[in-house]
Design a protein around this ligand. Structure first.
Ligand SMILES: *[C@@H]1O[C@H](CO)[C@@H](O)[C@H](O)[C@H]1NC(C)=O
Ligand SMILES: *[C@@H]1O[C@H](CO)[C@@H](O)[C@H](O)[C@H]1NC(C)=O
Ligand SMILES: *[C@@H]1O[C@H](CO)[C@@H](O)[C@H](O)[C@H]1NC(C)=O
Ligand SMILES: *[C@@H]1O[C@H](CO)[C@@H](O)[C@H](O)[C@H]1NC(C)=O
Ligand SMILES: *[C@@H]1O[C@H](CO)[C@@H](O)[C@H](O)[C@H]1NC(C)=O
Ligand SMILES: *[C@@H]1O[C@H](CO)[C@@H](O)[C@H](O)[C@H]1NC(C)=O
Ligand SMILES: *[C@@H]1O[C@H](CO)[C@@H](O)[C@H](O)[C@H]1NC(C)=O
Length: 602
């Protein structure tokens, strides 16, 4: 309240400054447009003019280049600044918008009758958020919002296919959401056996031979060479698990899981904690626990016990019902979660973070994907290892040369041209995250056919993987002609690593079921990284932070190279797993003892 008179005093001179008044008159031009709604979405009706939208305006970050350089410096072994992760204020300084951007955007909003007191801002001021009726958003963005229906799920969203900004604002605003983003975060898992499965032998950890078919925490510790390593529960190291879509993890199921499969965790009363973001859910009602959430917490905790785990339940919003004019429709994947995480103090941040959700890269508008990816860079610069599942469709839809499609192929571009294309996954394709693919079986461990992999069409290849990926393409030149036009050979390639991903024993709704997907490998791999961070922290060293520059230089020597298998999709065989890095399993699966020796040699 105290701020209001102050702002009022400041405004008139600012609005009168000459560059601003000239700027006021600039005409609108298109900021972003889509040729058509993405596959699965159909136009339903015009948006009700009084429907409230929670608009987020992302201002440009002119010093992002410096932030990126800092990320490489603190993450690359051998650099003077290796391990010297940035603090919250350091990062905020590097993503702060230019004063002109703040002034011009404020002036534009005020011109439309929006008082500055109605705006909320992120700590770095790079996001401006306000709630306003559709009619006002339409005037602001020279657009028309519509209600679109997602045919498979019956969900509704208020979106537009095109929006504009005054020409003078284009250089000051990266994105305005919600507008053209139709992305629907999908969990990367499937339940193989919904019916109860019998445990190999109840109340005793499964023996390694059974690990060839069904996975338990004991199997993973065996396969990934954890040995008798016991991490500290109190070093300050924490593991974060991101959950979306009203999924929450069931504590009774998880306790039951530990009683049968990790008795020392049950005996210690080990349990994840929960933080709710944007009205996320955590009902603990046995009948509607999330299959994804239970898988994630049971395996992240199963591998990293007794390191504290936190489940972040981010609410989407209740699905918009056009007839009822439901007053919330934010449903912007990542935005709420990232704002929440980046506002945390350095001490509060988990050192590793697993997310088993994603979407096809092309369904995420380019500007929004870049912005979200840049926010993961901020977490990396602050020393958080950010992991994402690589996806469950191989190079696209998971269909091999001999498979039958049960509908029109989805392996087409959505630029209005319907060109055949592999489908990269996002955020796995973001160069500032570590993408986790999938394996199965042991002795030998091999690529699972659904392991998501390939090349981004949005993000160019980062320097850290130039040699590894260039080497793969040089050693397998047939792909350049065989798959010409289907993938971008100059793109950021993924996954970076992999882990077991099939037949995971999960307690869900009081029953043991089997689940599969890179949803299983991501929390598993993150659990191992959390153990490595424990080793580092208890040796007085900084945590690993953003993994990739380390992984592609020295880290990969601590991985089991996976050389068997391939990842079919789009009626092709996909890519082959080979010696060294490949776009099926990355560098392979972690060997904890070897990695621990690399990071703490003596
Ligand atoms: C998964 O587990 C089921 C039930 O134990 C088993 O029949 C199947 O062979 C397993 N799949 C693989 C790929 O090992
Ligand atoms: C909670 O878990 C125990 C096993 O640990 C089980 O016996 C009990 O039925 C579960 N409670 C509910 C409400 O599912
Ligand atoms: C939060 O969720 C609850 C239950 O899902 C709902 O009743 C309530 O209206 C929501 N609150 C907000 C602010 O969206
Ligand atoms: C639990 O969920 C079920 C199904 O959604 C519902 O019928 C039941 O009333 C809920 N129980 C409680 C205690 O909320
Ligand atoms: C692209 O494919 C979609 C779905 O199959 C179809 O509706 C659309 O008309 C096609 N567009 C072009 C330009 O062929
Ligand atoms: C694991 O199962 C696969 C497929 O059935 C088999 O080829 C392999 O030999 C088995 N490995 C072990 C160690 O039993
Ligand atoms: C991939 O591996 C299969 C099986 O080993 C082999 O037949 C095929 O030629 C390989 N493809 C390429 C492009 O190297």
């Amino acid at each position: 309240m105290l701020l209001l008179p102050l702002l009022a005093l400041l405004l008139p001179p600012r609005a009168l400054a000459s560059p601003l008044s000239r700027a006021h008159t600039s005409a609108y031009s298109i900021k972003e447009s889509l040729p058509a709604p993405p596959p699965g979405w159909a136009h339903h009706s015009p948006a009700p003019p009084d429907h409230p939208l929670r608009l987020r305006i992302g201002l440009t970050q002119p010093r992002f280049g410096e932030l990126e350089q800092a990320l490489w410096d603190v993450s690359t072994p051998g650099s003077d600044r290796y391990g010297l992760h940035l603090g919250k204020e350091d990062v905020e300084e590097l993503i702060r918008p230019h004063e002109d951007s703040l002034a011009l955007v404020d002036a534009w909003l005020e011109e439309h009758g929006i008082p500055l007191s109605a705006l909320s801002r992120s700590p770095a001021q790079d996001w401006v958020t306000l709630t306003l009726p559709v009619s006002l958003a339409e005037a602001l963005l020279d657009t028309t919002y519509h209600v679109y229906r997602h045919t498979p799920s019956g969900d509704y969203l208020v979106r537009t296919l095109q929006y504009s900004l005054p020409a003078h604002l284009h250089a000051h605003v990266d994105v305005v959401q919600p507008s053209t983003t139709f992305a629907r975060l999908a969990p990367k898992r499937s339940t193989l056996h919904g019916a109860p499965v019998a445990l190999a032998s109840a109340s005793t950890p499964a023996i390694p031979a059974s690990c060839n078919h069904t996975i338990t925490p004991a199997c993973l510790k065996e396969i990934y060479n954890v040995g008798a390593y016991v991490p500290s529960a109190t070093s300050g190291n924490k593991l974060g698990i991101a959950g979306y879509l009203e999924e929450w993890a069931n504590m009774n199921d998880t306790n039951w899981f530990y009683q049968d499969l990790l008795p020392q965790a049950a005996a210690a009363g080990y349990m994840f904690s929960v933080e709710l973001i944007n009205n996320g859910t955590n009902s603990q009602n046995e009948s509607d626990a999330g299959g994804e959430a239970n898988l994630d917490v049971q395996y992240a905790g199963g591998v990293s016990f007794p390191i504290p785990n936190i489940y972040y339940s981010t609410g989407g919003s209740p699905p918009f019902t056009p007839d009822l004019n439901t007053p919330t429709d934010s449903n912007e994947p990542y935005a709420e979660f990232l704002a929440y995480m980046l506002a945390k103090t350095d001490k509060e941040l988990p050192r590793s973070l697993t997310t088993s959700y994603g979407d096809d890269e092309q369904t995420v508008p380019y500007s929004y994907a870049v912005r979200v990816c840049n926010e993961f860079a901020q977490l990396g610069a602050r020393g958080v290892s950010v992991m994402f599942s690589s996806g469950d469709g191989g190079v696209g839809d998971g269909l091999g040369p001999n498979d039958q499609a049960d509908g029109p192929t989805t392996c087409l571009t959505n630029d209005g041209k319907n060109t055949s294309s592999f489908l990269a996954g996002f955020p796995a394709s973001c160069p500032y995250v570590t993408a986790v693919g999938g394996t199965y079986h042991e002795s030998p461990e091999r690529a699972v056919p659904f392991s998501g992999g390939g090349f981004s069409k949005y993000f160019p290849r980062p320097l850290y993987q130039a040699a590894a990926v260039g080497g793969y393409l040089a050693a397998n030149p047939a792909y350049l002609s065989l798959y010409e036009g289907l993938f971008n050979p100059f793109g950021r390639a993924y996954p970076d690593v992999s882990a077991q991903s099939n037949n995971f024993t999960v307690n869900l709704g009081g029953q043991f079921v089997l689940e599969a997907g890179t949803s299983a490998s991501c929390p598993t791999f993150t659990g191992i990284i959390s153990l490595v961070n424990d080793k580092l922290i208890t040796s007085g060293r900084p945590a690993l932070g953003f993994l990739n520059p380390w992984l592609y230089t020295v880290g990969h020597y601590g991985f089991n190279d996976i050389t068997i298998g391939n990842n079919p999709g789009c009626f092709t065989d996909g890519f082959n797993a080979t010696v060294g890095w490949d776009p099926v399993t990355g560098w392979g699966t972690p060997d904890f003892a070897k990695i621990a020796k690399i990071v703490v040699p003596y």
